[in-house]
Design a protein around this ligand. Sequence first.
Ligand code: PLP
Length: 436
Amino acid sequence: MNRIRSEQLYREALQHIVGGVNSPSRSFKAVGGGAPVFMKRARGAYFWDEDGNRYIDYLAAFGPIITGHAHPHITAAITRVAENGLLYGTPTELEIKMACMLKEAIPSMEKVRFVNSGTESVMTTIRIARAYTGRSKIIKFAGCYHGHSDLVLVAAGSGPSTLGMPDSAGVPFSIAQEVITVPFNDLDGLRKALDTCGENVAAVIVEPIVGNFGMVMPKPGFLEGLCRMAHDNGSLVIYDEIIAAFRFHYGSTQTFADIANHEAIKPDLIAIGKIIGGGLPIGAYGGSKEIMEQVAPLGPAYQAGTMAGNPASIAAGIACLEVLQGEGVYEEMDRLSAKLAEGLQASAYRYDVPLTINRIRGSLSTHFCDHPVTNYDEAQDTDGEAFAAFFRHMLDRNVNLAPSKYEAWFLTTAHTEQDIDDTLEAAEASFREMGK
Ligand code: PLP
């Protein structure tokens, strides 16, 4: 396959943009280096690159694109907004509509605030938890990524792990000291952390369903135990559902049928993003009225944003949620991803390539190992070179995956049975090459 134009553009980008990319996860550093593919356009489940090659896309822009690219309902909503002015700096009626849609789908969100990214939304929930409790420390889980604000760039999966910098340079030691890291799915570890410095812990923050060291479900009882221990300790529980909200079903972890005891796993604060912007920049956070009233202009915790709640992101988000309300959309993604996972597993087995697949409804992750992956250590202990080889084989066969062994494959409402068949054919050839 010819990707000459991508290579030229990459050389040019390197002259002007740091590392040639505007987010490190887009580089190919973790899959052997070289030029990332420069995409020119996208529609439905497909990408076309600058050299005219077409790919089936499972990156979905790292999660937001659940309806497929350039969905007509979302495009029409953005166009309508653009014709009436993109940014007002005043409140709009659309924001109320979107807030109500979120509240209806996410019971723990009694009050909502919109921001521009997942990073901002998580960062603010931590500030609110600190304001509310008067404490400073947080407990997080190893490998969970919560954006790139200082406090959470400690043992932060996904991009930082891929690039081998779990603690970023530039994060002061004094800030890193405010964070205690515990293995995911490990209640004993959480108990020990709370026993050691519980009186200073403002919040326990978690991706309740992990999307940043592959897709990993909480073990039965893990979220209940976490919420109980945190609350007994006077700490708040923050769910980071930047990936999870609206990904597996229409709602959040707290209402997900695959997880039990919905009342016992209710978070105090929740941060969401990605899907709710329909492809435009967005984040949102929410929680009980009492806790959210800590936020300015009502309370002492400050958070603001020139672009926050901008009409284009809100309109795209509403349109995206409307598509997701359609009959059977999640069931179809689930059905196709089950077929995909079964096919991948069978192909890998035929060519003796060790492969563990974690699948949660319309998303899955491929771990080149022969053990289960339930926490970050297990996700690290997988064959990165095998993943890189598989990634490149698939790319050369017109299938676009995220360039990291820690990232997920996301299906969209645009993927078809034929796309899955074509992907499995590419995978069969890729595993055959790898098994040689
Ligand atoms: N939290 C989680 C779970 C994420 O996966 C991400 C991004 O991948 C973030 C927070 C940060 O979101 P953003 O990239 O929009 O700042």
